[in-house]
Design a protein around this ligand. Structure first.
Ligand code: PEP
Ligand code: MN
Length: 366
């Protein structure tokens, strides 16, 4: 499929951009000391890490810490001079862009609360016309693929080709262990729609706490994502924003050492043969699965006819509850996750009901 975007590959504009590209630094710039202490410890891990810090913070409620503003750009500049790291921050309007360009910020990103607003994204895009700077675009707060792509397109159409997407998870009403539901399928869909667009994962905002960060970081690499943005603070416990999810530089270093970077492919013929064999087996299983699902739906239709003949309602609440509980307990014994099997059965049940309704309606003659 032809990509929707015109992209300059990262390797051509970022020196030493081997994977994973790491962006690290505090959620917010708080003071010059905090910035320099954090930055120096991060640079000691690897000076190719890109430094991040929020200068203007979009907060849900007023009177929370809304960032130090312009003065923080001076501290960022100092970070760049003293460590040699590239510096990046979030912009939400044309004025932010102007201040960042004046201060020599290397990379801009658009935050999740801004990506949802086409007016703001367009304002940023217009302010970037004729400017050559990389821009990363976080997914919108809600899982709306069109908004995410729309924001990427607006920036791209302003002439910015050094672009990447940042996957930071989505607001969800479902109960998940995450602050923002990763919805990995959204990242996969974006990848399919824009095959050459680098995607960077932001495990910090997905997790909301430090416990899950190693798991999400490794999963992102296993999903072939280009890099990671990880909030890192010299003293997370006293951070003015997102205190629970920030790593210390020592924790960041430990995490980077433990990450396993896999190749996207292998030329080894044995690997290829074995993979072919396993894929063939998956294909066969999927065929059987579809056949089984078809049989199940045929039986549902027969049940629909029988209920119609006996004037019985389609939905039988107790039967559905018993069935689901039994399937869940069998699935648990088979080592299948409850979340997966429950979601699968909700879909199967919905389709069975649809089939039965179809049968009942077809039988109505006037
Ligand atoms: C941030 O990176 O600190 C931030 C505010 O992130 P998001 O836009 O993903 O909420
Ligand atoms: Mn944050």
């Amino acid at each position: 499929m032809k990509s929707l975007l015109n992209i300059t590959p990262v390797c051509s504009w970022l020196a030493g951009a081997e994977r994973p590209l790491i962006i690290a630094g505090p959620c917010s710039a708080e003071s010059e000391v905090q910035m320099l202490n954090t930055a120096k410890s991060i640079a000691a891990i690897d000076s190719k890490i890109i430094f991040r810090a929020g200068i203007w913070k979009p907060r849900t409620r007023p009177n929370a810490f809304e960032g130090v503003g312009k003065v923080g750009l001076g501290w960022m500049k100092k970070v760049k001079e003293e460590t040699g790291m590239l510096i990046s921050t979030e912009v939400a309007n044309a004025n932010h862009v102007e201040e960042c360009l004046k201060a020599g910020v290397d990379i801009l990103w658009i935050g999740a609360r801004t990506t949802v607003n086409p007016f703001s994204v367009q304002e940023i895009a217009d302010s970037l016309k004729g400017v050559d700077i990389p821009v990363f675009i976080k997914n919108p707060v809600t899982p709306d693929m069109q908004l995410w792509i729309g924001a990427l397109e607006r920036i791209n159409q302003a002439g910015i080709t050094k672009i990447a997407a940042i996957h930071r998870g989505f607001h969800s009403h479902a109960s998940t262990p995450f602050r923002n539901d990763p919805k990995w399928e959204m990242a996969i869909e974006l990848r399919t729609l824009c095959p050459d667009l680098p995607i960077i994962c932001d495990p910090s905002h997905i997790c909301g706490n430090t416990d899950l960060i190693p798991y999400v970081s490794q999963k992102a690499l296993d999903m072939d994502m280009h890099g990671l943005m990880i909030e890192t603070h010299c003293m997370p416990t006293v951070a003015l924003s997102d205190a629970k999810q920030q790593l210390t530089p020592a924790q960041l270093s430990g995490l980077i050492k433990k990450l396993v970077v896999r190749k996207s492919n292998s030329q080894n013929p044995d690997f290829k043969n074995k993979l072919e064999e396993l894929r063939e087996s998956i294909n066969k299983t999927d065929e059987d699965l579809l056949q089984i699902l078809m049989n199940r739906m045929l039986t549902a239709e027969k049940i629909g006819t029988y209920k119609k003949e006996n004037n019985v309602t389609i939905l039988q609440k107790n039967r559905w509850e018993d069935l689901l509980n039994e399937r869940l307990s069998n699935a648990a014994m088979m080592g299948l996750s409850e979340e997966f099997v429950r979601a699968l059965y909700v879909l199967i049940h919905e389709e069975s009901i649809r089939k039965q309704t179809e049968v009942m309606n077809n039988k109505i003659s006037i």
